[in-house]
Ligand binder design. Structure first.
Ligand code: FAD
Length: 261
């Protein structure tokens, strides 16, 4: 079984700063693998431990420095790293990002069974990229996944979080799954993992290599326009302590919420 895990390099900070073009300031900030993508890697590694002949490729679109993150994923137990990097990708919104990753999969990694993504990237946080890739490839998707229950060469079955509780879905492969924080501890790299990662060949493809034109990717291929980016003002008002539930219910009603007395 061939698994692709899409991973994104994100700033290692909750104090996000903006450039004058309203994009996230990435220079001068330490980077990490997006935490949800670490859980996506973990689900892939779990399958590798339980099913024979699983090959895991980690894929990212990003600057050349993102190669370090791909090597970290290989140190954890992934097999191959693919970096899609080109100055022409700059300014890509989620539509152009999904299109670019899907183009890389169609042209360079077409022999796959399962794609795993994180549910959100902690910087952009739109949760649109995974569903966008599935849409571009015309394959089924399961989002908000807590756990993969079963996966064989024909189908994948996953437990997903919904507002009312949990839902189990099964779809035919090839498919894409977006994962939330998993229930298992994440794997730590071992010394032989570091050696494998150091020597691994990372394949690097440009825009031309994956068959896209400048009009289809980067800022030109992005229909989103960010007019303003700002921090919401905190105006919490004064704190009130309620003596009992009925007083709390009245306060909720006064605040405009629905309360069941
Ligand atoms: P989500 O959709 O929340 O991510 C979900 C999952 O998708 C991740 O967990 C991961 O598995 C996968 N994923 C997401 N991104 C990648 C990736 N790059 N590679 C592999 N897997 C991935 N960002 C820049 O860095 N530089 C820019 O110049 C830039 N310009 C922008 C311009 C506009 C107009 C807009 C709207 C956004 C711009 N962005 C830029 C942000 C960029 O579009 C998003 O970071 C990107 O599309 C991913 O969206 P997200 O962060 O919301 O990820």
């Amino acid at each position: 079984m061939k698994i692709i895990v899409c991973i994104k390099q994100v700033p290692d900070t909750t104090d996000i700063k903006w450039t004058e073009n309203n994009t996230i300031q990435r220079e001068g900030v330490e980077s990490i693998i997006n935490p949800f993508d670490v859980y996506a890697i973990e689900e892939a590694l779990k399958l590798k431990r339980t099913i024979p002949d699983v090959e895991i490729t980690v894929l990212t679109m990003g600057p050349l420095q993102a190669e370090t993150m791909l090597r970290q994923a290989i140190a954890l137990g992934c097999d191959k790293g693919v970096l899609i990097s080109d100055k022409k990708f700059a300014g890509a919104d989620t539509y152009a990002t999904s299109k670019t990753l899907a183009a890389a999969i169609k042209t360079k990694l077409q022999d796959f069974n399962l794609i795993l993504c994180g549910q959100f990237a902690i910087d952009g946080d739109t949760a649109q990229t995974g569903p966008g890739i599935a849409n571009q490839l015309g394959i089924p998707q399961i989002t908000f996944v807590k756990e993969l229950k079963e996966c064989n060469n024909g189908s994948v079955c996953a437990v997903r979080e919904i507002e009312e509780g949990l839902e189990t879905l099964k779809v035919e492969l090839p498919a894409l799954v977006c994962v939330l924080k998993g229930i298992d501890e994440t794997t730590r790299p071992k010394i032989n993992g570091f050696i494998k990662a150091k020597n691994a060949e990372i394949l690097n493809y440009s825009m031309e290599d994956i068959g896209l034109t400048p009009e289809e990717t980067g800022i030109k291929g992005s229909p989103t326009f960010v007019s303003k980016a700002f921090r919401p003002e905190h105006n919490r008002g004064e704190c009130a302590i309620c003596k009992d539930c009925s007083e709390l219910a009245i306060k909720i009603k006064e605040f405009g919420g629905i309360s069941y007395e």
